[in-house]
Design a protein around this ligand. Structure first.
Ligand SMILES: Cc1cc2nc3c(=O)[nH]c(=O)nc-3n(C[C@H](O)[C@H](O)[C@H](O)COP(=O)(O)OP(=O)(O)OC[C@H]3O[C@@H](n4cnc5c(N)ncnc54)[C@H](O)[C@@H]3O)c2cc1C
Length: 330
């Protein structure tokens, strides 16, 4: 079959790789200029910052197997950091070392490697899907280079984007659009800060209590990173929802203040910026592995499916959902 996949995050790329290996002809459309979606790394003069997903865990046998092979290939490594719970500068040891994995040299590398050898069209946003007899056409938009406004026809289409964005694309199958609409994604304001000298905090990751921030990470403590003192701070879901439309500079000031309060360090950064994730993680979930309509040959996958796990919104959900959809199509 000639198959279009919309979204080059982990779910779309996992599905694409497997369909490609089954002998299908696959084209992946990605609206950003890089692959890997929310498993992303922001490059700065101070080194890379994992400003999306921080790390991942593997509980299912299938994911464990692939993580082991990615580790052997060198794109993934365990993050042997020291993890604490933090309350106004007081740290209490928390979390088990060794069970968290990260991409090397940045989270984005997982997607970059999975995309190798696939036909991935970056910078191309799919605006809608329309029926063309028994096949599908995609309305595609690109800001930088002229592309044909209509792509296809395709025998099958897979939507591998966050549920909020999937709802509009899936309107061609109202039951699927209705299912996607049920999922609620929480936003996340993320602070990136680099310091000239070591803050000597004595930990690498911290779950923060009683603060605007809920998580801090010393990015350079992850394997394969450029040495340096660069930190990530993630605002809590409640704070991010309340301040979603605030000016980035104002958010940066507030999150830096929270960083100083949480860590007890008053050292000022030489660089800081913020990123707003409007759709960070799925807070509610669909129990299924994925969606697939065999007759119409249209489906959806992503981290908004439980896919056999207890919750959703995690890297393992995205992987399992993408793999499940490829298996159903096979
Ligand atoms: C701040 C933050 C922290 C997180 N922390 C963790 C963590 O520590 N551990 C963990 O396991 N998970 C974490 N996650 C969640 C994890 O990143 C996601 O579960 C996973 O990456 C989702 O993969 P996906 O393929 O389902 O979606 P995505 O990665 O979002 O991929 C979807 C892709 O589709 C593209 N797209 C969207 N619309 C269109 C369109 N119309 N046309 C073309 N392309 C389109 C997007 O640009 C994107 O690249 C975090 C996420 C965020 C944002």
């Amino acid at each position: 079959m000639h198959i279009a996949i919309i979204g080059a995050g982990l779910s779309g790329l996992t599905c694409a790789r497997r369909l490609h290996e089954q002998g299908h002809s696959v084209i992946v459309y990605e609206k950003s200029h890089a692959v890997s979606g929310r498993m992303s790394t922001r490059q700065t003069d101070f080194g890379g910052f994992d400003h999306g997903a921080q790390y991942f865990t593997a509980s299912s046998d299938t994911f464990k197997e692939d993580v082991a092979s990615w580790t052997k290939a060198g794109w993934v490594a365990p993050w042997q950091g020291k993890f604490v719970a933090l309350d106004h500068g007081t740290a209490t040891e928390a979390g088990k070392a060794g069970s968290r994995h990260v991409g090397v040299p940045g989270m984005r590398s997982v997607g970059v490697h999975l995309a190798q050898g696939l036909d991935v069209r970056t910078g191309q946003r799919v605006d809608h899907i329309e029926a063309h007899g028994e096949q599908w056409l995609l309305a595609v938009h690109c800001d930088t280079v002229p592309v044909a406004a209509s792509a296809g026809p395709f025998d099958a289409v897979i939507v591998a984007v966050p549920a909020d964005q999937a709802t509009a694309l899936l309107e061609v199958v109202p039951a699927f659009a209705k299912a996607a609409k049920k999922v609620f994604l929480v936003p996340c304001w993320t602070l990136m800060a680099a310091f000239q000298d070591s803050l000597e905090l004595g930990y690498d990751g911290a779950w923060v209590n009683n603060s605007r921030l809920s998580w801090l990470a010393h990015d350079a403590s992850k394997p394969g990173r450029r040495p340096g003192e660069h930190w990530i701070g993630q605002a809590s879901a409640a704070w991010s929802i309340e301040h979603l439309e605030d000016e980035p500079d104002r958010v940066r000031e507030k999150l830096l203040k929270a960083f100083h309060e949480a860590t007890g360090s008053q050292v000022q950064p030489v660089f800081s910026t913020v990123h707003r994730w409007r759709y960070a993680q799925a807070a509610t979930t669909l129990k299924d592995d994925c969606l697939w309509n065999k007759k119409l040959r249209i489906g959806a996958c992503g981290d908004w499916f439980a896919a056999g796990l207890d919750g959703a919104g995690k890297i393992e959900n995205a992987y399992l959902s993408g793999a499940a959809l490829a298996a159903v199509i096979a």
